[in-house]
Structures are given as C-alpha cells and as structure tokens.
Design a protein around this ligand. Sequence first.
Ligand code: GLV
Length: 319
Amino acid sequence: MAKNIFISNALPQEAVGLIPKDFTLDYNDTDSPLSKTELVSRLKGKDGLVCHIISTIDDEVLAAVPTLRVVANVAVGYNNIDVAAAKRRGVTVTNTPDVLTETTADFAWTLLMATARRIVEADHYARSGRWTAWKWDLLWGADIHGKTLGIVGFGRIGRAVARRALGFRMRVLYHDAVKADAAVERELSATATDLETLLREADFVTLHTNLTPETRHLIGKRTLRLMRPSAVLVNAARGPIVDEAALAQALGEGWIAGAGLDVFEEEPKIHPDLLPLQNVVLAPHIASASRDTRIAMATLAVRNCVAVLEGKPPITPVA
Ligand code: GLV
C-alpha cells in the first residue's frame, strides 16, 4: 500500500530522517503557515500528515482529503484539529505528550520568576545607562518562597509545576475537573479546591488546562476581579483561556500585579493594550522550546505517523 506523507512545516532532520525510504514525502520546509487552499492542495492523495499547531485541520480539510489516515500534531495541545470529525472519518490523531512536560513546567516557572522579580525591566534598566548608583529600593519585586501557588489544570504539566514548588516551600492549591489520587496530593503537597477559592487565595496563578469550549475565557473580568491585587498570572497553556482585553485592563488598573504570558488569543498578534505595560512579561509561544524537547516532539510525531501508516498502533493517540 502507498505511504505518502506530507509534513506541513519545517522539522529537524533528526525527525524527517526517520521516514522510511519506501515512503513518499512532500515537505514544506518553511515556518510559514499554509493557507487552507494550499494545505488541501498539498495534502491531496496523502495518507499521513505531520503538522504544527499553525495548521488548522478542520472537517473541511478532512473532507477534502479522504485518503488521509493519520494527523500527527507536533504539540501536546491539539485544539487546531477537529478530533471529533477526524474520528468520524476514521482518521487517527496523535499528539506529543510526556516529552515536553518538564521543559514546559520549567518555562512556566521561568515566567513566574521573571514576572515576580521583574527581570525584564531589570535587564532593560541595567543596559540603559540609567543605573548610576546602587539604590536600596530599586525594582522591588515579590517573594516566591513560602507563598501560595494556584495551579489550574492538574495534569502532567500542572503536576510538574507543583513538584518544583516543593523547593520553594509553597502552599499549593490546584483546580481540576478530576481530583488527583491522595498519594499524588501528598507527594506534591497539593490541595484540591474550587476555582474561586484558588483565585482568591493564590499569590501566583498558573494555567495548565486544555483549551476547550469550557475553558475559553476562563480567566476574564469576573475571575480576574477575584484575584489578589498582589497576584501574578502565568499562562503557558493556550491564549484563549484568558480574555486578553480583560487582562490588559486588570494589569493596567492594578486588579492584579503582573502576568507572564507565553500564549495569546490570536497568535502571533498580541493585544495592543498589553504591549506598553511594564508588569507583563511576554514570550512568543516557546514554553517547550528547548533543543532536546523540540527534537523529541518532532521525532515522536513522525514515529506516530509512520506507525499508523505501517499498520501499527499509534504511540501517543489523542484520547
Ligand atoms: C505547544 O503549545 C504544545 O501544545 O505542545
């Protein structure tokens, strides 16, 4: 049986090199997202797709490519894919869990610490020539150790974030539709709570939920109003979980103290009201972007695609 793969954007050679010689490969070796028309036209007659989150695989795309058997997303999140439609059409969808858990948790902490200790402002100040004498009240930030961390979404990444909080001797609250086992709660010293209590009590709130209709704008005017004026919000999950306009207002008017954001509602656009604010640290969706992890994600996605086309079970199918 023919095995034709389309890779819709650039991937490291470590991953592309895993495609067996008897497969046919069409490869868009660039970082530019393809339009839906280009995507469908390149996908025509293909059996497998390896794609990034910048490709939207909706029912229209799936309907236009009836030969497709597998969509391998190079990401743990898969809100760019209509999984229900894929299932209906017998297309396997895979993602890249586990390999990015620790790296993403590291980065959530990077944002948390950078925001709390104002490291971006400090860097700009140190370079600016304005630093003429040591000043005892220069760039005061917030302590992290001993404070309360609120984790919204207590899956793999949320738990890895909690594990790091042990070293900071923090009180950890979490909110998730599924309560963790008592042993996990004990190991991570984490307590389940409702969202409102978490938002009211946490000094740091970090988001690690999937983007679903239920979590879209979970953090908006109402929920931001529940947070402490000294609180910091971290989002390294998906942009639309936060209502960016409401967040910009909250940061501008001091409802909360700061935010560290890796993801945005309409990437690569950032809400213009966030850009002038000093109390927000912005990153261009790089939470999993360590060299090792990005290569591990890409190789896992290719291995998933190849497995399905060789008639084997996918390694990490989307549930
Ligand atoms: C990145 O955003 C991912 O979901 O892996």
